[in-house]
Ligand binder design. Structure first.
Ligand SMILES: Nc1ncnc2c1ncn2[C@@H]1O[C@H](COP(=O)(O)OP(=O)(O)OP(=O)(O)O)[C@@H](O)[C@H]1O
Length: 199
């Protein structure tokens, strides 16, 4: 087990949005999360991450959580170079990051590493966030619409890097509007459009 929930109902201010959901995402597995806008994908991911409190039910995590957000600019420090953004988890962990290898795996050109977020495209910044995840190597990765802002080529690079993390042993939850992409890549799929709401 890497991340699992049992009879989990998620929502805001005691108002349920989705659930009850019972699922286990084991190491090396990708769980897709689909559903229309407002179905509760972000709320469920935040609850699995421990950022929101469940309305009812339980969440179990076997280790640290890495997050890939839809809008990398909201999470990337604009005053840090991409190199620093990528290497920071290693510094915090007291190790030295192999930034060049992580960047190459994430499809990020080395020449961009000394730029600031304001000097690169959304896709390039998202690839830096993927490289940061590769350095962080967390056992659980939660992705909230990670390719919504990207063109098909950039999307493919990001999704392949996430799959590489999963093959290396991470449990991945991938929320996306792209039903086809999710159904193609995921080992199991939660459809919040049809999941019981528990209300
Ligand atoms: N902080 C909040 N306080 C109260 N209600 C919220 C809050 N955040 C989201 N909601 C509501 O919870 C419901 C689910 O929102 P959520 O963002 O989880 O859906 P989503 O499936 O991720 O949607 P989208 O695909 O548009 O990103 C929506 O009705 C939304 O208005």
């Amino acid at each position: 087990m890497a991340v699992s929930c049992e009879q989990l109902v998620v929502g805001h201010h005691q108002a349920p949005v989705a659930g009850p959901i019972t699922v286990t995402v084991s190491p090396g597995r990708v769980c897709g999360l689909i559903g229309p806008s407002g179905a509760g994908k972000t709320t469920l991911l935040r609850t699995l991450a421990g950022l929101n409190r469940p309305i009812s039910g339980t969440v179990h995590r076997s280790g640290a959580v890495g997050v890939l957000a839809q809008h990398p600019r909201q999470v990337a420090n604009p005053r840090w170079t991409l190199r620093k953004i990528i290497s920071e988890p290693a510094r915090i962990g007291g190790t030295v990051a192999d930034v060049d290898t992580a960047a190459a795996t994430a499809g990020l050109e080395r020449a961009l590493l000394d730029r600031f977020p304001g000097q690169v495209s959304d896709g390039q910044l998202q690839r830096a966030c993927v490289a940061r995840l590769l350095v962080q190597n967390p056992p659980i990765i939660l992705c909230d619409e990670p390719v919504a802002m990207l063109d098909p080529i950039a999307s493919g690079v990001v999704i392949e890097a996430v799959e590489e993390l999963s093959v290396a042993g991470a449990a991945v939850v991938l929320a996306s509007h792209h039903q086809q992409l999710v159904r193609r890549r995921a080992d199991l799929v939660i459809d919040l459009g049809v999941a019981a709401t528990g209300r």
